[in-house]
Ligand binder design. Sequence first.
Ligand code: GUN
Length: 291
Amino acid sequence: MTRIIDGKATAAEIRREVATGVAELRDRHGVQAHLALLLVGDDPASHVYVRNKGKACDEVGMRSTIVRHAADVSANVVLDQVRAWNADPSVHGILVQLPLPRHIDEEQVLLTIDPDKDVDGFHPMNAGRLMIGADGFVPCTPAGIIELLKRYEIPTSGKHAVVIGRSNIVGKPISMLLAQKRPQGNATVTMCHTGTTDLATHTRQADIIIAAVGVAKLITADHVKEGVVVIDVGMNRETLEDGTSKLCGDVDFAAVSPKAAAITPVPGGVGPMTIAMLLNNTLLAARRSAQ
Ligand code: GUN
């Protein structure tokens, strides 16, 4: 029997836990958890993401501040806003929605965010902390994957995990997390990427596959062994015969799921976990500030 890993239900459970944590922090310590979000430009998807993040804050009783700027705003205005939030003790988490317009240096903006308010976990300081296993902020999507493995009690210790993708946001951090000597870690990790020759030779040896490449249905039944656990991070648009389009993952779900012991669907798998973990990271930042 294939277990379907329900990210939507798990994310809802985490949001309820965060709501309880937010209320407790307010009642016991007088601290109102607060996420500040900065959006630059008019990319429609980014506007939807930021609106959803703000709504998610409302739903768990968290304060949110959203500042929006036109695409031609100067880099200094963006940097000054980040610095103002760094200095503001009422702000616990700062998120600058990416991508930024080309004239703004993304790396410089991320470097300006106080690492202890960097709830996206994109600051090099947090990437370094993750690398050495120190406390920091873990990027939301890999944190969500670890949480799914934990809540579905999927063993990782001694297992062979094959990660496909080497992005700073998913591939690299999830590889590090799975290799760490801790629960939901202690796995032997292989990281595959566009330079990998014969991907299937690697994926066929995997007990756990994390697919984060952004290529629709790249992983087929031939790529996996019986009993594999598949975590699909892909969010691709597939054009159907009638010209309409549909969301699909990096894994051909219909072909792979009969062979899998457990698998995340797209949509409804890893996707909903990302905002839930953002809320969780912000609560963590607020708690740390209260200590
Ligand atoms: N753009 C797409 N995903 C993300 C995300 O998780 N965080 C930020 N800051 N920007 C994004």
